[in-house]
Design a protein around this ligand. Structure first.
Ligand code: SF4
Length: 91
């Protein structure tokens, strides 16, 4: 079996609305492609590169989010549970 994935490896969770597993649960966050290939028992495994993905969506100005592939989030992240807890303590 030869497996091709039409995006880069997902290394970080999405905090913008896509229901992804935690970082620890994402196999690509702590395993390389060869380790993943062995885990899924494929003869070969290939991912689309980030550069090719950007090219495919014509993102010449690097306007799109790729955080789940890079871990580089375009906004500051906040812990909503801490915010709610702090707000509840104030009231
Ligand atoms: S590209 Fe950004 S918004 Fe889209 S799933 Fe990944 S982290 Fe979420």
């Amino acid at each position: 079996m030869h497996l091709r994935i039409s995006c880069p490896p997902t290394v970080s969770p999405c905090f913008y609305g896509v229901d992804t597993p935690t970082g620890a649960e994402l196999i690509a966050s702590n395993h390389n492609v060869e380790e993943i290939r062995r885990f899924v028992e494929a003869d070969s495994l290939g991912y689309l590169s980030l550069g090719s993905l950007r090219k495919a969506v014509a993102d010449d100005r690097h306007e799109y989010c790729y955080a789940c592939y890079t871990g580089d989030y375009p906004t500051e992240l906040v812990n909503i549970e801490e915010l709610i807890s702090a707000r509840q303590k104030r009231h």
